[in-house]
Write a protein that binds this ligand. Structure first.
Ligand SMILES: NC(=O)c1ccc[n+]([C@@H]2O[C@H](COP(=O)([O-])OP(=O)(O)OC[C@H]3O[C@@H](n4cnc5c(N)ncnc54)[C@H](O)[C@@H]3O)[C@@H](O)[C@H]2O)c1
Length: 384
């Protein structure tokens, strides 16, 4: 098994999830390439060192440019807030490194397109971490759509709902600053919902949206994190992103869509869901019960029709054969392992994994159209 050296930029939430994926992937999906956790990067040396120890990275850098330019690194993995994705990806591509980037791909469509151009020009492998495509139940839903089980799709309902900032005293973290995050619920979780929609159904061609910020000011974070200046600074700052974004959509295949992304839905901790209604059947998925897929089939005998719940844990279901016997369920972290596995296979085969920067840019075009529509109050076409 050949080793491939990784540089990971950003060591917190996603840094932890990706580190775990690199450590686990070869145990369950042995292939020709094994990731080596070469260097982890964060601005704070002590924090980066602690992460390196905990997650098993060999070395630490505090300047992402140095990490990207290292000769002993072949893959750059971007786990920072969105305002850095573009610059790091461009530097990585220029240095001839393969790139994995967290979602949303960028903070604007122009940035996303420049990133796509850069990786294509450099001829490197690229992936955007829309990891929910890698849930076995979601990949199985894709199979059912592609093999015609669902017939023609009429409706797509996508919702990604959370509730972690409902307290008005929750601080002004970076996700609430447009300059850093690009947008709020829309880009953070709505991007996942629309990536699933464009993957499972078809391209979104036009949207009509509204975006709302319920809590307009919040306390500055005690640790000075984000763009609000010094540690210990007291007072409140302005929230510059949406708390909720919802929109109607037209799809290229003639179906219609309804979407909502919100962080103000009490009790919904990580409620990433879709419902798909087709001429032959319907599907429903909820990430909080991620091993299950609900299926309704018109082909069932009269009097026996109704939604059934499939436990997507059989060895013939996507990715599942590498794990445990039927009914021995998997979880959130496995989605990142599956994504890294797909990335390594693509590297082995000199092909392009999915989702890649093309998908990321395609999603970014919808994000931009949603923002435009919320401002104009009209339907807006998605730029292609
Ligand atoms: N795929 C998913 O389901 C998922 C889930 C959460 C977050 N994300 C995405 O992952 C990215 C990171 O989010 P997170 O939740 O891990 O954030 P986080 O705040 O937990 O971590 C951000 C990391 O970036 C580092 N960082 C910031 N500026 C830096 C710089 N100049 N140089 C080096 N490091 C820097 C911070 O030190 C920190 O380690 C975002 O794009 C976010 O949208 C994706």
């Amino acid at each position: 098994m050949a080793e491939i050296n990784i540089a990971l930029i950003g060591y917190k939430f996603m840094g932890k999830a990706h580190s775990n994926a690199y450590r686990q992937v070869s145990h369950f999906f042995p292939g020709k390439l094994q990731p080596r956790l070469r260097v982890i990067c964060g601005r704070d040396r002590a924090g980066a060192k602690a992460a390196a120890r905990q997650y098993g990275w060999e070395e630490v850098e505090t300047d992402w440019r140095k990490a990207v330019e290292r000769r002993d690194v072949q893959v750059v993995d971007i786990c920072t807030p969105g305002n850095l994705h573009h610059d790091i990806a461009l530097a990585a591509a220029a240095a001839g490194k393969h790139v994995i980037c967290e979602k949303p791909l960028a903070n604007s469509l122009a940035e996303a397109r420049a990133m796509l151009k850069a990786v294509e020009k450099a001829g490197v492998c690229h992936m955007v971490m829309h990891n929910y495509r890698k849930v076995p139940a979601v990949a199985f839903a894709k199979r059912l759509i592609e093999d015609g089980t669902m017939g023609d799709i009429y409706h797509y309902h996508g919702a990604y709902l959370q509730d972690w900032i409902m307290d008005p005293n929750f601080p002004l973290v970076w996700r609430l600053d447009k300059k850093v995050a690009g947008s709020g619920a829309l880009g953070d979780i709505g991007s996942h919902a629309l990536d699933l929609a464009q993957y499972l159904n078809s391209d979104i061609t036009a949207v009509a949206s509204q975006m709302t910020t319920f809590i307009k000011e919040r306390p500055l974070p005690a640790d000075g994190a984000g763009a609000w200046g010094a540690k210990g600074k007291k007072g409140k700052g302005k929230v510059t992103v949406d708390d909720d974004a919802n929109f109607l959509a037209h799809f290229k295949n003639g179906s219609v869509g309804v979407f909502e992304a919100s962080r103000f839905c009490g009790g919904r901790r990580n409620y990433n869901t879709f419902q798909i209604y087709g001429s032959k059947g319907s599907l429903a998925f909820n990430l909080e019960r991620m091993n299950e897929l609900e299926l309704y089939s018109q082909a069932d005998a009269a009097g026996r029709q109704g939604f059934r719940t499939i436990n997507v844990t059989e060895s013939h279901h996507p990715y599942v054969g590498a794990w445990w016997p039927p009914g021995h369920i998997i979880g959130y972290e496995h989605t990142f392992i599956h994504a890294v596995h797909d990335f390594l296979v693509a590297l082995e085969k000199d092909s392009l994994p999915e989702p890649n920067f093309r998908d990321g840019a395609r999603d970014q075009a919808v994000l931009e159209a949603v923002e435009l529509s919320a401002q104009s109050g009209r339907w807006e076409k998605v730029a292609r």
